[in-house]
Design a protein around this ligand. Structure first.
Ligand SMILES: [Zn+2]
Ligand SMILES: [Zn+2]
Ligand SMILES: [Zn+2]
Ligand SMILES: [Zn+2]
Length: 227
């Protein structure tokens, strides 16, 4: 896939459609999110630093996630989240580093508060063959009670890209791996053209899902958040 501008997304709290560049401003002002934060803080207990992280795919550039992470969560928690929501095809190796591919590797056991100093951008690489690369940066931080017992809260996510069938003008819902690998075609198909598509060496056309890994290795989704 060629490089593209960031897709629009939605706020998890109020479902409003937002842009990536406007996401931080929206989340900081979102009344529904503030209700969730107030309810968590009202329960009392110890406050902690909560990091607002943005993950975006490094190749296509259009997929993004805004996450709130607890400070004692580890990089392994981010790795798990990215695998489930975006990446996992066949359990490849992955790693975090500072300074891109050739940079210094950061162990998965490191805690978020220890790693995310101001100005630090992390690179996550999944699969050293057909690699998917994700950039993760700190957008902000707040002090408070976490809104979830889980390590991560999903605050916003890009919407599904709108693709067009390679055979007609209708919206694509499927893609064919054989088109991608052997015909150098995007392999995007509508319902009708997926039905009678002639390729079968790589199996039937797979449903299009909201992930930057579509068309890479054997990835078929489902691209749903783990929690
Ligand atoms: Zn909102
Ligand atoms: Zn794979
Ligand atoms: Zn079609
Ligand atoms: Zn095909």
């Amino acid at each position: 896939m060629a490089r593209r501008p960031a897709l629009k997304g939605t706020c998890t709290y109020c479902q409003l459609e937002i842009t990536r560049s406007g996401a931080t401003k929206h989340l900081d002002a979102c009344a529904k999110r503030q209700e969730v934060i107030d309810a968590s803080n009202a329960q009392g207990g110890k406050a902690e630093t909560l990091f607002h992280l943005r993950a975006q795919d490094a190749y296509v550039g259009s997929f993004w996630l805004d996450l709130e992470m607890r400070s004692f969560a580890t990089l392994a928690d981010i790795d798990y989240y990215l695998r489930v929501i975006w990446l996992d095809c066949c359990g490849h190796m992955s790693q975090f580093s500072v300074g891109g591919w050739k940079g210094e590797e950061i162990p998965m056991s490191r805690k978020v508060h220890d790693v995310f100093q101001p100005g630090i951008d992390l690179t996550h690489i999944y699969d050293f063959g057909t690699s998917s690369e994700t950039l993760i940066k700190v957008v902000g931080a707040r002090e408070g009670r976490p809104t979830t017992k889980r390590p991560i809260a999903l605050m916003a996510r890009n919407l599904m890209p709108e693709e067009t069938c390679i055979k007609c003008e209708r919206p694509a819902k499927w893609f064919c791996q054989q088109c991608v690998c052997e015909d150098d075609s995007p392999g995007l198909l509508c319902d009708e053209h997926a039905e009678n598509h002639p390729h079968e060496d790589y199996g039937d056309p797979a449903p299009l899902v909201n992930s930057p890994r579509v068309g890479m290795c054997g990835y078929i989704g489902p691209a749903e958040p783990p929690y």
